[in-house]
Design a protein around this ligand. Structure first.
Ligand SMILES: Cc1ncc(C[n+]2csc(CCOP(=O)(O)OP(=O)(O)O)c2C)c(N)n1
Ligand SMILES: [Mg+2]
Length: 390
């Protein structure tokens, strides 16, 4: 079903980068799990408003990556955003039912990782999962159809918003149990190591997941066995309506990895270049047999937790502060400032994306619902399971 619309940038981090780049980024220390340089300037941790409104960690003056990388980032992130804006509208019209969690604002967290990883690497995430397969090349048609619960959806209409899957692009879900995908991510990485594939698993989670016991068990085993896994916490400041500060004594979440001596870093989640760099470093370690990394992407969701959340627990100023550092706008700015493309060329990409999104809606509208016999398919059955009796 993967009718690839947006190709990832040249794989393997380093090839995506301009060789002339002089930027040094903090390196996690493999032995102690500490960062060698002081923490970079980062977005505030949500409840803590910034001391000043001085620009923080925006794009560097000179682009560090080739034009193709910026153009791919722009197109991927715009597709994620426009697709989800449309999904939000359709939810309002009750065309899409059930749960629906939008990723708007967090797009860089996926785009920067796609450009840093290789084809064949495994991806797994929680239920805020529309953007990941979109960026990996799953057809928008298949994702929209899944939102409509249609048989042509990427999970055959049986998963819905929270359970996107696409084996062809190595996207292993889409999981609704908070933190449930963390041991699965470690397991996927175990399989890569066992089968000596040279591939890795990138495992995303929300800030709500880091206080789940399963995470701690998985971190311990992943470090013990040096599994090729990149754990990413997308710290958007809130688990539903509850801020990190209200639920955890440790608010710099990357510190949690240090309890396991896991190399751990904070990353500006509004900056796609920083994300690419951090994921590339982690991937290099994983492929060299050095084991897992824990990255904390400090990011923000512009919308509420789900479609039914008016997000009254946060201030307008906080939202505006993050919007002013929007990753898509930053990449757009870099492209235009450095004459990588004209306004007209970007407008043409926007038009193409608009058409793709509209086509996906038409496709979903015109697709059939799954038939009743689908209920009995794709269900795990172990014929000789000893406790099942007819
Ligand atoms: C084990 C478990 N407990 C509670 C819930 C209910 N629940 C659904 S989403 C959510 C918040 C999770 O927030 P976070 O991990 O920060 O992810 P985000 O929504 O911010 O992406 C909770 C508590 C659940 N799905 N699973
Ligand atoms: Mg969260």
């Amino acid at each position: 079903m993967a009718e690839t619309k947006v190709k990832a940038t040249p794989s393997a981090s380093n090839s995506a980068k301009k060789s002339s780049s002089k930027k040094t980024t903090p390196k996690a220390d493999g032995a102690t799990g500490t960062v060698k340089q002081p923490d970079p300037v980062l977005p505030p941790t949500h409840d803590q408003q910034p001391e000043s409104n001085a620009p923080r960690a925006t794009s560097p003056a000179e682009p560090q990556f080739p034009k193709e990388t910026y153009m791919a980032w722009y197109e991927q992130m715009q597709l994620m955003r426009k697709f989800e804006e449309k999904a939000g509208q359709l939810y309002g019209q009750q065309k899409i039912k059930g749960f629906c969690h939008l990723y708007i604002g967090q797009e860089a967290c996926v785009a920067g990782a796609v450009s840093a990883l290789e084809k064949g690497d495994k991806w797994i995430t929680a239920y805020r999962d529309h953007a990941h397969p979109l960026a990996l090349g799953t057809s928008p048609n298949a994702i929209m159809a899944e939102l409509y619960a249609k048989a042509t959806g990427c999970s055959k209409g049986k998963g819905g918003s929270m359970h996107m899957f696409d084996k062809e692009v190595n996207f292993v879900g889409g999981h609704g149990i908070v933190g449930g995908q963390v041991p699965m991510g470690a397991g996927l990485a175990f399989a890569e190591k066992y089968n000596k594939t040279g591939k890795l698993c990138i495992c995303y989670m929300g800030d709500g997941a880091v206080r789940q016991g399963a995470l701690h068990e998985a971190f311990n085993m992943a470090m013990l066995w040096k599994l090729p896994v990149i754990f990413v916490v997308e710290n958007n400041g809130y688990a539903m309506g509850t801020s990190v500060q209200r639920t955890s004594n440790v608010t710099e979440l990357y510190h949690i990895g240090r309890g396991y001596d896991m190399p751990s870093e904070p990353v500006n989640g509004m900056n796609v270049e920083d994300i690419h760099d951090a994921v590339a470093r982690a991937a290099e370690r994983a492929r060299a047999g050095e084991g897992p990394t824990f990255l904390e992407f400090k990011t923000y969701r512009y919308k509420g937790h789900s479609m039914s959340d008016p997000a009254k627990y946060r201030t307008k100023e906080e939202l505006e502060d993050y919007r002013s550092r929007d990753a898509i706008e930053s990449v757009r700015h870099t492209i235009l400032t450095h004459n990588m493309a004209t306004e007209e060329e970007l407008a043409a990409i926007d038009e193409k994306i608009k058409a793709q999104v509209l086509e996906s809606v038409e496709f979903a509208e015109n697709s059939p619902f799954p038939t009743a016999d689908e209920l009995y398919k794709d269900v795990y059955v172990q014929q000789d399971y000893p406790y099942i009796r007819d």
